[in-house]
Each structure stands twice: as C-alpha cells, then as structure tokens.
Design a binder for this molecule. Structure first.
Ligand code: SAM
Length: 378
C-alpha cells in the first residue's frame, strides 16, 4: 500500500527522441531488462522495472519511477527526454507537416515542446531529402533561454531550430518576411502552474515573468479546499504571488486569486490573438499546465469570439479532426467552463493529476483555418 501512495503513483514518462534514436532501439538497449505491461497503472502497482508503451502518443514510454534513468547513456546523450505525457500533447496535436511550412514555438524554455516539434518535423522528411522547415523558438527570459539552448543542442535539434533568446513573442512582427512561411504555432505561455505534480515540493521551474504570476499555486483540490481551510482559520493552501519587483506575497483572499488569474488569462489571450495574425498560419495549439478554466476554456472562447479570429477565419480544431490518439483521449474540456458550447468542450483536451492516468494537470486546444494560396492580409 505504501508503494502506491504519493509520487510513486506517477510513472516516469520518457519520450524517445526520434532525432537520435528509435523506440525499438531503446526497448532493445536501455530498457532491455524491463517487463512490458499493458496498462499505465501496472507500472507503479508494484516495485520492479516495468514499462508501458503509451497508447496515445507515439514514442512515449512510462517506466517505474525508481529506475535511475538520469544515470543512463540514453538520458545523458539526449536519446530519451523526461517529459510528462500531457506535456507531449501540444506538439503532437499541432501535427506540423512538410506542407505546413515553418513552425513557431512562442514560449520555449526549457524546450520540451521545441525539441518534440523538431523531432516530429524531422521524422517527416523523406529519406535522402533535406529538411526545409525551421522551428523558430522564442524565449523572453534570457536565463531560461540558456536552458533552452542546452536542451536543443543535447536533443540534436540545433539544425532545425532557430532560437531567439530574450525575445518577447508579443514583439515579433507577424508580417516580417522571415515568418512569411510560418504555418504552425505552438503557444505554451506562462500560467499558474496549478496542474504540476508535486509542485509544492518542486523548485519553481515555471518562473514568474509577468506581474501577478503565481510562484506557488494552489494544490490540486485547490479552491474548495481553500474555502474549507478558511472556515477553520487555517490556510495550508495559500499560494505565493510574486510582484514586479520580485517580492513574494501570499494570496489572502479568493478575490485576489481571481484578480491574479484574470491578469494571467489576459496575457494568455493577448498572446493567442497575436498568433492569429501570422499571414500564412493555419494551425495553432494553445496549452497550459493549469487546471483553472479562466486560463483554459475561457481563453479559448474569448479568442474564438475575437474580431481577429472572425476576420481571419480561425476556428476550433474539432475533436474528430484531431490526430489519432488525442481524438481518443477521454478527458475533455469542462462544459460549464465552455459556456455549454459542447463542440468547444469536446475539442478541448484536459488532464487531471491524481485521476489514475499518471499524468499532470494540463490543458490544450487547437485552432485551424483555411489559408488561400494568395492570402494577403496585412
Ligand atoms: N514550452 C516549454 C516547454 O515545454 O519546455 C515551457 C514553457 S513555460 C510554460 C513558459 C515560458 O514562456 C517561460 O519560459 C517564460 O519565460 C516564457 N515567456 C513568457 N512570456 C513570454 C513572451 N511574451 N515571449 C516569449 N516567451 C515568453
């Protein structure tokens, strides 16, 4: 019973990096001594070395968390990357194909999704042909950009990726000649991080970079629990917020929490509307590791209702249009949060920590539109 509790209930998710190796090679080498199981639950059900090949995302494995993967050559060489299953959804959902042209990752560091995008793009280059697509990776925070650079280099994604360090995506000109061929954008902006597993114990990897961003969000059962706590006068789940000057303060009221979520969601919406402006763009994914509807379905709805979405023909990527695996993923958007728009709710992909699927709390939605060859919007 002890083995099932806490962090042990989460497997270690391992993305096999197609830029360096194949899943078959890894199964035959790094994981040769593992016992293959058919459900993710079996990986953590008992001690030992178990491995599950994911049914939704290609090149993804779940392995026993006690295995010291960071000591393996595969990890040290970038052949495998530790990346939560849900964090693999956006690049896979975006599904960049050669005919889609270049790709933008607007908020890149530490680079999990950038390197995943590069791997997908690379895997589609026909044998003996050169890759003609570029993944443009922007990262506003110069320190975090250094981590991005390291990850891109280690993953062997350098040739495909052009990084722009310290670059605010909101200041990137969509009409620049350089981005004339950008057909796909992945948006994974700063968020409250309320879906992150073990967030309370972890160093703040999702550093706050806009005023009012949480450094430490409410734990999973958040709002309800917070209310319960306030009833008893205790406040074990108080999040810490970071002001412009880096000073930490505690969120003392539900009202304050709402105000901060509002600030985050307004930034997230601005980013999404900016992405809508790229003239050749036809696919966008928007994701957060937040469980709050304000940062998720609500942002999606506001974006869909915006003038720019209507002008340029942006629509939601409906469930039945999604790639195999994500179409089948059963956890969808919240109908209440989607203003009971069932098509939008179904199109939104969610995950919740502690629901037995072994993944973090996450949200992703896709947007599409038809771009006529001679599209000339300015
Ligand atoms: N996509 C990353 C991954 O999978 O490894 C995680 C991205 S993290 C959620 C958000 C990142 O966006 C942070 O590194 C933050 O510094 C960066 N960021 C925030 N606002 C930005 C902006 N306006 N332009 C570019 N990057 C931004």
């Amino acid at each position: 019973a002890e083995f099932l509790g806490g962090a042990a209930a989460y497997p270690r998710w391992v993305r096999v990096n197609a830029l360096k190796t194949t899943i078959e090679d890894q199964l035959a080498t790094t994981f040769a001594t593992f016992t293959r199981v058919l459900t993710v639950g079996e990986v953590t059900a008992s001690p030992g070395k178990f491995l599950y090949v994911d049914e939704h995302i290609p090149n993804l494995l779940a392995i026993s968390p006690s295995f010291e993967i960071t000591k393996t050559d595969a990890y040290k060489s970038g052949a495998v990357i530790l990346q939560d299953k849900a964090s693999c959804f956006p690049a896979y959902l975006l599904d960049p194909r050669s005919e889609d042209g270049d790709v933008i990752d607007s908020c890149s560091a530490p680079g999990n999704k950038t390197t995943h995008l590069a791997a997908i793009v690379h895997s589609r280059v026909p044998e003996r042909e050169e890759c003609t697509q570029t993944v443009y990776a922007f990262e506003k925070d110069p320190k975090r950009a250094r981590t991005l650079e390291k990850m891109v280099n280690l993953a062997g994604a350098k040739e495909i990726t052009r990084m722009s360090f310290g670059q605010d995506f909101l200041r990137v000109d969509p009409n620049s000649e350089l981005f004339a061929n950008v057909g796909c954008l992945l948006l994974d902006p700063s968020c409250s991080g309320s879906g992150i597993v073990g967030r309370d114990e972890m160093p703040p990897i999702y550093l706050p970079d806009i005023p009012g961003t949480f450094k430490k969000p409410l734990p999973s059962s958040n709002r309800k629990r917070k209310r319960d706590d306030s009833d008893t006068g205790k406040n074990t789940s108080q999040p810490i917020m970071v002001d412009d000057d880096g000073k930490e303060t505690l969120v003392s009221s539900e009202k304050e929490l709402e105000a901060r979520l509002e600030a985050l969601s307004s930034f997230q919406l601005t980013l999404l509307l900016h992405a809508f402006k790229f003239p050749a763009a036809k696919k966008i994914t928007y994701s957060t590791c937040s469980i709050h509807a304000q940062e998720n379905e609500q942002v999606v709805l506001k974006a869909l209702r915006s003038d720019i979405a209507k002008e340029r023909g942006w629509r939601i990527l409906r469930r039945e249009q999604q790639v195999r695996g994500l179409r089948e993923w059963p956890v969808r958007g919240s109908p209440e949060a989607s203003d009971v728009d069932s098509e939008v709710a179904e199109a939104c992909i969610r995950s919740y920590k502690d629901d037995g699927r072994g993944v973090m709390g996450f949200f992703v939605a896709g947007f599409v539109r038809d771009v006529k060859p001679a599209f000339a919007d300015g």
